[in-house]
Design a protein around this ligand. Structure first.
Ligand code: PLP
Length: 279
């Protein structure tokens, strides 16, 4: 079955070929995107996704096709037309169509698309066992705080990890002299050490994850936002990653390091995030 598709102010299905080859999203990766989850047709953390989208568009000077209200109305309309209750919505806004030239016009009309998809969220067994990471060098650009569709470095590293039998890639920045753990290919990264919940601070090296934000709020004064060195991982009591689609996911191994079991802090935050999502 084809999925419902929102395209520049109207609804159609993903069977319709709507994009022109001159779209700068296609030609230059000149676009930002969002992914939110919905449960029982209700969007989860929609406001946070709206703010990140609005900030990303502003950062790269693309006109926002929505205000907060029209965005929320469009997403609710999309979900009302969707034939299943749980899944994800993918949203992308590009600078729009124009002749292929690096210099873009200042007044371009953005292209806005959104579609819903069924999604297999991790089941209880997977959430208890966790996943395995493979480390790889972080070769992304220096504006990782913008959720841009330029995901080639992420995709190549994730594929390498998959071929090595891992579920996700852990991106290590070697450009600063030390080996700094930034985040994962499509998720935020946390360690727990002596009761402290440690994660990378918000800056240009990581995406401001919506799930990261909620987990930080849940962990309260146990949180330390600071850079993590690669050699600290061996001594971590617990390791987990977070994302819209995975929630809080324990990490049971990185490369060929010692195996971990999902610890009490990880499982507490996982349970509390799940409760919050359902609220
Ligand atoms: N970091 C990166 C690079 C991502 O691509 C994602 C999600 O796609 C995340 C972190 C997690 O963000 P969120 O919790 O908003 O899904």
């Amino acid at each position: 079955m084809s999925d419902v598709l929102y395209f520049n102010g109207r609804f159609t299905t993903t069977d319709e070929r709507v994009l022109r080859v001159e779209d700068r999203g296609f030609l230059f990766g000149d676009a930002v995107y969002e992914v939110f989850k919905f449960l029982g047709k209700r969007p989860v953390f929609l406001r946070n996704h709206w703010w990140r989208l609005a900030n990303g568009l502003k950062a790269i000077e693309i006109r926002n096709p929505w205000d907060e209200q029209s965005f929320a109305d469009t997403m609710r309309d999309l979900l009302a037309r969707t034939e299943f209750d749980d899944g994800i919505v993918y949203i992308e806004v590009s600078r729009g169509e124009g002749e292929r030239a690096h210099f873009y016009a200042d007044d371009m009309t953005p292209t806005a698309v959104a579609f819903s998809r069924r999604f297999k969220f991790p089941d209880a067994a997977k959430k208890a066992r966790g996943i395995r990471l493979m480390s790889d060098e972080d070769l992304r650009w220096k504006h990782c705080d913008v959720k841009s569709v330029n995901l080639l470095a992420n995709a190549l590293s994730k594929k390498k990890a998959q071929r090595a039998g891992a579920d996700e890639v852990l991106l290590i920045d070697r450009s600063t002299g030390g080996d700094i753990v930034r985040e994962c290919g499509s998720s935020s990264f946390f360690i727990v050490k002596d009761g402290r919940v440690v994660t990378h601070p918000l800056d240009c090296h990581i995406l401001p994850g919506v799930t990261r934000d909620h987990v930080i709020a849940l962990a309260g004064d146990r949180v330390e936002e600071r850079e993590i060195r690669l050699d600290e991982l061996d001594g971590a009591d617990e390791i987990f990653i977070t994302s819209t689609t995975l929630g809080v996911m324990p990490v049971y191994q990185i490369d060929d390091g010692a195996k971990l079991t999902a610890g009490p802090v990880t499982l507490e935050l996982q349970r509390r995030l799940d409760e919050e999502e359902r609220r």
